[in-house]
Design a protein around this ligand. Structure first.
Ligand code: SAH
Ligand code: F3S
Length: 482
């Protein structure tokens, strides 16, 4: 399953407080990355103004929307199964129900959805959600509706997202859309279009609004956050054509982090995802300068082999990545670092794989997300390279690095034993209703007895014990941030 959104949230239907007067019922569920979950909040906001309230009962829905993921074949299969389920409910209980597909699969498959999946009435790509009112009007008149046009401008900066199934403590704020990196294995540039950045003013307003509503931690979201660049609108690649004035007043990711950190000095600030070729040290220095920017960088590398990195069109070498890690640790010694890794990319041999293993040994990541290569139609690798690593080999390599990561996680987690860490309480622990669960700035989960503390409070916790991924401790008082 995808990072950030934990496994038990995948496919969870999302609900918000009903708005009086709204008569129609929307069932919306999301799969895939954090950006999809964030987009569903934009969709829900648009539909709240169209007379919809959310429901978590499929049987009573007038409209079912599924926000889909195309990153690997398995993600698409999961959605296909859900469509069958909707079909069954529609047939047996609710013949008037309409079904719409949103997100990356909608963009990738376009009209094919309307042709193949008889149950689908509506297909909407990631940049077309503002057209939903028009598309729904068509559907209401009995016609299928589709809009999969990708945009060079749309950032939904002017849509105030409604927070779905929120803990009231942590929230996503999207800052860029799309990706221009063209990693050869990746479908995202095709399904989410060109990279564009959102107006910093609207980002700060959203952060302030979240703070006023009681939120204590935000995650700035983008496929490649370090590439954020605002110079009054427009694509990043056109920055060279910007006026001197636009260049002088432009805002890069480091500037944006600083703006957010200063706007709400007690709000914890996180970001995801960083890209090694775009993460510059000024960002790390800004992190070091502001206490409220959390010391964690998710820094996917995908492979430790120079040859494979090149085939993947990752625009850095193994050595450059290692130097970046060294520099991060020099500037922020307690910074946690996490990874995404792919095994079994076409032509990956045992030597390449051992390079991945040795890179992991070098970095000793705090945690990571590891995948078997899944060929995606239309990508450069999908078109030009044979998916030639046998499934058995992929499986073994995946197991090897999953085991290695567990070992490293354990080593890194143990480093916190007997130390006092700041935890923002997010929810009840899954394992015990007498314990709270939250995360340290390094994004390490920590559980401890509730005592009199409450969700949303910053607490200092003395770490007494740990598992490979979780700190176990006891609260010793409020932190200064509270
Ligand atoms: N920059 C994005 C990356 C999205 S994809 C972000 O915001 O995280 C998330 C991860 O899925 C990638 O880092 C990569 O490790 C994995 N991935 C992408 N395409 C894949 C494919 N074709 N097969 C297997 N894993 C893939
Ligand atoms: Fe995909 Fe590479 Fe962009 S993994 S989202 S093309 S940075």
């Amino acid at each position: 399953m995808e990072k950030i959104i934990d496994e038990n949230k995948q496919g969870e239907s999302l609900a918000l407080d009903p708005k009086a007067g709204n008569k129609r019922k929307l069932f919306i569920e999301s799969y895939g990355c954090a950006m999809n979950f964030s987009d569903s909040e934009i969709v829900a906001s648009i539909l709240t103004n169209q007379g919809f309230n959310t429901t978590q009962k499929l049987e009573e829905a007038d409209l079912v929307l599924v926000n889909t993921c195309s990153i690997r074949d398995k993600a698409e299969q999961t959605v296909r199964k859900r469509l069958q389920k909707y079909n069954a409910v529609k047939r047996d209980h609710n013949p008037k129900m309409k079904v719409g597909v949103l997100g990356c699969m909608a963009e990738r498959l376009k009209t094919k959805f309307l042709e193949e999946e008889k149950i689908v009435d509506l297909v909407v790509g990631p940049d077309a959600y503002k057209d939903l009112p028009n598309l729904l009007a068509e559907v209401d008149e009995g016609r299928d509706a589709i809009n999969v046009i990708l945009s060079k401008e749309e950032t939904y900066g002017d849509v105030s997202p409604v927070r779905l199934n929120t803990n009231g403590v942590t929230a996503f704020v999207s800052i860029t859309r799309g990706c221009d990196n063209m990693c050869t294995f990746c479908v995202v540039p095709f399904t989410r279009g060109r990279e564009r950045s959102r107006d910093p003013q609207s980002i700060i307003e959203e952060v302030n609004d979240l703070w006023n509503k009681g939120y204590k931690e935000i995650t700035l979201l983008g496929q490649n956050v370090d590439s954020y660049l605002w110079y009054g609108g427009g694509l990043k690649k056109d920055f060279v054509k910007a006026t001197d004035m636009q260049k002088a007043t432009s805002v890069n990711f480091s500037n944006l982090l600083e703006l957010c950190a200063k706007a709400q000095p007690k709000m914890r600030i996180r970001f995801s995802t960083s890209n090694p070729q775009d993460l510059t040290l000024d960002v790390v220095e800004t992190m070091a300068k502001y206490n409220n920017i959390c010391n964690h960088i998710h820094l996917p590398v995908q492979s430790g082999s120079n040859r494979i990195l090149k085939e993947m069109n990752r625009l850095h070498t193994r050595k450059e990545y290692m130097d970046l890690i060294d520099n991060i640790r020099k500037i922020i010694p307690d910074c946690s670092i996490s990874q995404d890794m792919i095994v079994g990319f076409p032509t990956e041999n045992e030597t390449d794989f051992q390079d991945t293993v040795s890179l992991m040994e070098y970095v000793k990541y705090n945690f990571g997300y590891m995948y078997k290569y899944s060929e995606r139609p239309g990508t450069m690798a999908g078109r030009n390279m044979e998916d030639d690593v046998p499934e058995e080999t992929k499986k073994r390599r995946l197991q090897d690095i999953v085991d290695l990561q567990r070992l490293h996680s354990e080593i890194k987690t143990k480093e916190w034993l007997d130390k006092t860490v700041e935890v923002l309480i997010e929810k009840e622990s899954k394992k015990s209703n007498t314990q709270w669960s939250g995360r340290t700035p390094q994004s390490i989960v920590c559980v401890f007895p509730k005592v009199n503390y409450k969700v949303g409070e910053f607490v200092n916790v003395k770490v007494k014990n740990c598992t490979s991924a979780t700190l176990i401790g006891e609260a010793v008082g409020y932190s200064d941030n509270n």
